[in-house]
Design a protein around this ligand. Structure first.
Ligand SMILES: [Ca+2]
Ligand SMILES: [Ca+2]
Length: 306
């Protein structure tokens, strides 16, 4: 009876529940969870606060199985700037430990500092340069070096991870976590408002009509009623990630400009705080919504040396 009642009541609300084109709505928690990729499954370092970044499968009403929060890539580890999961934390020898990821033999050698809350993959000219080894917590930061020929296409996959997979929340208190990413490179590239971004996994939401084309979730409440009433019933909105999103030739013309956030909105973690000067004038970036948008892709194309 519940289904019939819901259908009857929802008849006029169905249209309002339509997400912007191409989106898939799911409701509730993942039906299975598992260790994913080669992300850290334990910490052997100084931290006492480790939570594994697990992946999960959510099912859509028509039976599609979607992996959340992402399918992590395999790729090189960055050299640790600060990582108390695999070591003591600070790594003062980071510059001596760098190895160059070769993208273009006749390219320019570039060094970069990277911090993501919680997880990033960094691609240059379509090649993966680094994959954050710690998917959720503790928070870590890294240094990368690569050789690539301009014009350079920087592309990052960014994930705000969680523990309640499928509804985008974390911990026993069902916290709605936030994301944030910052990077600075020796070619002068810094994360900022000139980057372009787009969200691909959005949760928790209750009424998806808060999502405007883009998708733009800035009008969605940070804590929709489902969070207070029964968080396991919240909804998520998914968009398929284009295969070639990191490629120099990918058309990102319908992505929006990155939103920038002060460091105080993102993190007070040592992995960033103790190294803030390494990031120069870079800004933390994300999509329009630091809370609901949990999988965000961003890109920047720079002309590089002539
Ligand atoms: Ca991390
Ligand atoms: Ca979030």
């Amino acid at each position: 009876m519940r289904i019939a009642w819901t259908f009857f009541l929802a008849a006029s609300a169905v249209l309002a529940q339509e997400p912007p084109a191409g989106g898939i709505v799911t409701q509730g928690l993942a039906v299975e969870t598992f260790s994913c990729g080669d992300l850290a499954r334990e910490c052997t370092g100084r931290t006492r606060r480790f939570v594994e970044a697990r992946c999960g499968i959510v099912e859509s009403p028509n039976g599609a199985r979607l992996q959340v929060p992402t399918e992590p890539a395999t790729g090189p580890d960055p050299v640790d700037l600060y990582n108390d999961c695999s070591g003591p934390g600070a790594n003062p020898d980071h510059l001596e430990q760098l190895e160059t990821v070769l993208i273009d033999q006749d390219g320019e050698e570039i060094t970069g500092y990277v911090f993501g809350d919680n997880y990033y993959e960094l691609y240059v000219n379509g090649t993966i340069v680094a994959r954050d080894p710690v998917g959720f917590i503790p928070f870590n930061s890294g240094v990368v070096r690569f050789k690539a020929r301009g014009p350079l296409t920087y592309a990052v996959k960014l994930v705000d991870w969680g523990t309640h997979l499928g509804v985008g929340m974390e911990y026993d208190r069902w916290n709605v976590g936030d994301g944030g990413f910052i990077a600075r490179f020796s070619d002068g590239t810094e994360t900022g408002a000139d980057w372009k971004c787009r969200a691909y996994y959005i949760s928790p939401i209750e009424d998806v009509s808060c999502v405007k084309p883009g998708p733009d979730t800035s009008a969605c409440p940070e804590r929709p009623p489902c969070v207070e009433n029964n968080p396991a019933t919240c909804r998520a909105l998914h968009y398929p990630v284009p295969e070639d999103w990191a490629s120099p030739n990918f058309d990102d013309s319908d992505w929006h400009g990155a939103s920038t956030y002060p460091a105080s909105d993102v993190t007070n973690q040592r992995a960033y705080r103790d190294y803030a000067e390494k990031f120069g004038n870079a800004d933390f970036i994300w999509s329009h919504n630091l809370d609901q948008d949990n999988l965000v892709l961003c890109r920047s194309q720079v002309s590089g040396a002539p």
